[in-house]
Design a protein around this ligand. Structure first.
Ligand SMILES: Cc1cc2nc3c(=O)[nH]c(=O)nc-3n(C[C@H](O)[C@H](O)[C@H](O)COP(=O)(O)O)c2cc1C
Length: 345
């Protein structure tokens, strides 16, 4: 516990500390806390970390932390529950690698609106996905356009998905180009909406000092932007020209050789959790294969654009849930997480 309260460390050391290798020699609740630490390394919308974990002898429960919800960008808590699914997937992979079999009870089957993971001792099963947990990153840099080898694309396309969830790959440049129009429409809508921009500003951390004081949210350098004082950052972001933001993201998308939509046949908390699991599994596989990826979810976050996007993709009954670009690009500074103590109930 003491190890994780280290205000004297600098940003990079703090980011590395939370990602230190999982301590395998522990037992009982100390081991479960290590599993929780690995769970919190998962992706989370705006890095809100809207999760809480309850430990009992042989189970871990994951709860939503609605005090950290994003009412403007995510009014139905869809992305919040997807984020819990991301944490669940890391937890399951880490449990398997350290000698546990797990049974999952999904939120629509519990009375407490949580995800329950029941653990029993089993033989440890190492996997490259486990090794990738502390290395995964939502890499927002421009990519270099280099295509992913077809043997690796085959591995990505063969990823096991969850019930109700499907993967739709955009492999050719022409297919990726078709996404630009919808990312642009999403950006024009979001950056034209003061409530969206204000919510984003509230979760931006403009300096290392701010990020270390509140180890959640989006540190500006993690998006490739410089550090600036908050008053100036608020002015810049508050005055963002929606067209300019749309052009920046169009450039990032065009720099990416491939894209992927994760879709589902239904819309429920359980389905959202399963979507999160599939994203995290895919992002870990991409990481293990040395490939970078980043979200561009604007066309799905804006309801009017989402339905147009769905028709354009020809997904039939499947609802688009997440849009990712992937390829090769420079890593950016890693995001921070709150210590395990702060997320336990
Ligand atoms: C459901 C969900 C939606 C997200 N949407 C976006 C997005 O549209 N654009 C973006 O740059 N990052 C998006 N992110 C990425 C988060 O900002 C990122 O996971 C968080 O800042 C932590 O950083 P890390 O994933 O690099 O550890 C999303 C993450 C999740 C789980």
């Amino acid at each position: 516990m003491l190890l994780e309260y280290t205000p004297w460390l600098d940003y990079d050391q703090q980011a590395a500390l939370i990602r230190r290798p999982l301590e395998r020699e522990l037992s009982g609740s100390a081991h479960l806390r290590e599993l929780v630490r690995y769970a919190t390394l998962a992706a989370t919308g705006h890095n809100t970390q809207a999760w809480k974990f309850a430990l009992s002898e042989n189970a871990i429960e994951i709860y939503p932390d609605y005090s950290r919800r994003l009412p403007t960008v995510d009014p139905a808590d869809r992305e919040l529950w997807i984020s819990l699914g991301c944490a669940l997937e890391n937890l399951l992979i880490a449990a398997r690698a350290t000698g546990y079999a797990a049974e999952v009870i999904y939120p629509d089957a519990t009375t407490t609106e949580s995800i329950r993971v029941v653990l029993t001792k089993d033989t440890a099963q190492e996997s490259p996905l486990f090794t990738a947990i502390p290395l995964r990153q939502n890499t927002r840099s421009d990519y270099n356009g280099q295509a992913v080898e077809s043997a690796l694309l085959d591995q990505l396309q063969a990823l096991t998905v969850e019930p109700d969830v499907s993967l739709h790959f955009m492999i050719s440049t022409a297919e990726v180009e078709r996404m630009v129009e919808y990312v642009t429409l999403g950006n024009l809508s979001q950056y034209g909406d003061k409530a969206y921009v204000d919510e984003l500003i509230a979760w931006l951390r403009f300096t290392k000092k701010e990020a270390l004081a509140s180890p959640d949210g989006l540190y500006t350098r993690g998006s490739g932007n410089p550090e600036i004082p908050r008053w100036l950052g608020k002015m810049f972001v508050g005055g963002t020209d929606p067209r300019q933001q749309a052009d920046t993201d169009a450039r990032k998308l065009r720099s990416s050789p491939h894209a992927l939509v994760i879709a589902s046949r239904s819309e429920s908390k359980t389905t959202w959790v399963r979507i999160g699991q599939v994203y995290e599994r895919m992002a870990l596989l991409l990481t293990a294969l040395g490939i970078q990826s980043a979200f561009l979810n604007q066309p799905i976050e804006v309801p009017q654009v989402r339905s147009q996007f769905q028709s354009a993709l020809g997904l039939d009954q499947a609802l688009p849930q997440l849009l990712l670009r992937f390829g090769y690009g420079e890593l950016l500074p890693r995001s921070l997480r709150r210590p395990v103590e702060a997320v336990l109930v």
